[in-house]
Every structure is written in C-alpha cells, then in structure tokens.
Design a protein around this ligand. Structure first.
Ligand SMILES: CC(C)(COP(=O)(O)OP(=O)(O)OC[C@H]1O[C@@H](n2cnc3c(N)ncnc32)[C@H](O)[C@@H]1OP(=O)(O)O)[C@@H](O)C(=O)NCCC(=O)NCCS
Length: 159
C-alpha cells in the first residue's frame, strides 16, 4: 500500500470507489464527488485537499481522504470524507490513510482535527472507526440528518 497525493488521472477510480462504497444516498455520492473535484482542481482559494491510498501492484487508488483547513480557525482542519474500496475494508487501509492525514497535518502545524459523521453511517461503523483511531466524541446533534440519525462531531488534538 502506498499513500500519495492524488492526480487527475485517479479521478475515474475514485469516483468508482465512491459510487460503490455505499450504501451512500445519491446526495452523499454527489457531495463526495464535488469535494473530490475540488480537491483535484486545487484552484486558488480552494481549501479542499486529498490523499489517496493505492495498490502496490498498479498504483491504482483503493481509497482516499478529503480534508482541508477550517476557515476562520487557527490551525483546525476538517476531515470531510474518507472512503476505502469495499473489497479491502477491514485490513487497516482506512486507519493507515487517517494516520497519514494526521501526520501530514501535524507537519503543517495543525492543532485540531474535526470530523462530522452520521450515527448510522455504515450501521455505526464509521463512528466506531473514529473511536478506534483515538477521536473524542465532542458533541451530538440528535436527529440532525433525519429522525433517528444523529450528527456526531469527533475531534482529535494533534498538538
Ligand atoms: C470507515 C472506513 C473508511 C474504514 O476503513 P477500513 O479500512 O475498513 O478500516 P480499518 O480496517 O483501517 O479499521 C480500523 C479500526 O476501525 C475499526 N472499524 C473499521 N470499520 C468498522 C466498522 N464498520 N465497524 C466497527 N469497527 C470498524 C476496525 O475494527 C479497526 O479497529 P482496531 O483498531 O481495533 O483494529 C470504511 O469502512 C469505509 O470506507 N466505509 C464507507 C465510507 C464511510 O463510512 N466513511 C466514513 C464517513 S465519511
């Protein structure tokens, strides 16, 4: 496994991972693709960034993370989206990607990482993934996404 910056050539593989990565709602797929496009474009004033994890054999992406500096904060960052291809989940790929993101951000002086996720994402699997990675549950908004589906804010101090 290799973790590197994305190139526009990775777009097709990443869109496939998002589209098959569900069960995402159609609006979640559109939002993820929109953020990915922004991260690949890296236009001026655009804060979205990404790292991809690739197979050793052909350097094809099998997951990615999208993150960015949180506007109006001093060195806080958001992790907006992390997806690992369904066929390689549960093998430490997501954790490696999140660890690489944190170490990349530490290198840039990041103080805090925030992640917002749904309590029902992956039947609660996404929340457990952040628990296992040492994130703290800093807040919950009950019924935020829809009745019975809470927004959980996770944070991790990097400095
Ligand atoms: C969440 C996701 C990125 C995890 O990636 P992964 O490669 O499967 O996770 P890892 O194998 O690195 O797991 C790391 C730890 O999290 C735990 N974990 C990961 N997915 C989990 C799940 N669905 N349920 C419970 N625990 C889970 C693992 O058991 C492991 O724990 P450990 O430290 O005790 O060994 C992946 O399942 C995914 O892409 N899901 C769909 C998209 C999504 O929900 N993204 C997050 C919200 S943006």
């Amino acid at each position: 496994m290799r973790i590197r910056s994305p190139s526009p050539l990775d777009r097709e593989a990443l869109v496939e991972i998002i589209a098959q990565g569900g069960p995402f709602r159609p609006e979640e797929v559109s939002c993820a693709i929109e953020l990915l496009e922004a991260a690949l474009a890296r236009a001026e004033g655009n804060t979205y960034e990404s790292l991809v994890v690739t197979n050793d054999a052909d350097d094809r992406p099998c997951g990615y993370v999208c993150f960015g500096a949180t506007p109006m904060t001093e060195a806080a960052f958001d992790v907006y989206w992390i997806v690992v291809a369904a066929e390689v989940r549960g093998q430490g790929v997501g954790r490696a990607l999140l660890d690489a993101t944190e170490s990349h951000l530490r290198g840039r002086g990041a103080r805090l990482v925030r992640v917002e996720t749904s309590s029902l994402e992956g039947q609660g699997g996404a929340a457990r993934f952040y628990d296992r990675a040492g994130y703290r549950r800093s807040g919950t908004i009950e019924d935020f996404y829809r009745p019975g589906d809470d927004l959980i804010t996770f944070t991790k101090k990097l400095a």
